[in-house]
Design a protein around this ligand. Structure first.
Ligand SMILES: C[S@@+](CC[C@H](N)C(=O)[O-])C[C@H]1O[C@@H](n2cnc3c(N)ncnc32)[C@H](O)[C@@H]1O
Length: 232
């Protein structure tokens, strides 16, 4: 009997860990050839960063999002939008929290995640058993094709910081607030300098560290959460 494969979610910004890993291996080879302890240390640092990055993208972020979705205290019938859903890591975890709700993902399917496509996301939703309550749309985060106040919850995982300019990133945050119902919750996971900027733009929200399980290699790229409840 053939074993069914589960969902596969790709690697976030895959060229980055590939470069880090290649530089680490080159430093290791150079260190051995030249008998250089300094190159050995550089190699160890680069390879550790690569390992931390891969752990985050393949395992750590999933555990963190399970915890953060639990903390939202969802009833299970909410309408949720996941901005920059990629292959569905958060979208599908959210759908699993919404037995009688709906999880909509929107993305432009860029190379920010390997193997990114709406087909890959829908195939993952089917493998996870939540295809009946997952929908994907193609669109830009800075101009969401949804009516005002149409979602109870909006999430965005490592997505908004990818927009090209500070102005576009703030516009995406404003769009998230626009489509959120009064009393609805917004949860953005992004490296800390970005989330602090979004919170100061909105004039509200709490920013929390999410820990080393959500470090893209180095503490400078440590992901935080920004949680906002829209006023009634
Ligand atoms: C690093 S991936 C994260 C994907 C997913 N949220 C996760 O955590 O696995 C960033 C995602 O943001 C999407 N993205 C980047 N800029 C975008 C934009 N302007 N509009 C829509 N999606 C965008 C990319 O296509 C990619 O799928």
């Amino acid at each position: 009997m053939s074993k069914k494969s589960g969902p596969t979610y790709g690697i976030d910004a895959a060229p980055l860990p590939a470069l880090l890993g290649a530089a680490g291996l080159a430093a290791a080879v150079g260190g051995v050839r030249r008998r250089s302890a300094r190159l050995g240390l550089v190699s160890a640092a680069l390879l550790s960063m690569t390992g931390i990055y891969l752990h985050t993208t393949l395992r750590g972020k999933f555990r963190v999002w399970e915890r953060e979705l639990d903390r939202l205290g969802l009833r299970g019938d909410e309408q949720l939008l996941d901005m920059g859903c990629g292959r569905g890591a958060v979208l599908i975890a959210a759908a699993q929290h919404l037995p009688s709700g709906r999880a909509v993902g929107i993305d432009l399917w860029t190379v920010d995640q390997s193997g990114n496509s709406p087909q890959a996301t829908l195939a993952n939703a089917a493998k996870a058993g939540v295809a009946d309550r997952v929908e994907v749309r193609t669109g830009d985060l800075s101009s969401l094709p949804f009516a005002d106040q149409s979602f109870d919850v909006v999430t965005a995982a490592a997505a908004i910081h990818n927009l090209r300019s500070p102005g576009l990133r703030l516009r995406a945050v404003d769009e998230a607030m626009r489509v959120l119902r009064p009393g609805g919750q917004l949860l953005i996971a992004d490296p800390w300098p970005f989330n602090r900027r979004y919170a100061s733009h909105l004039g509200q929200g709490t920013v929390h560290r999410l820990g080393p399980s959500y470090w893209y290699g180095v503490p400078l790229l440590a992901v935080t959460s920004l949680h906002v409840t829209k006023a009634n």
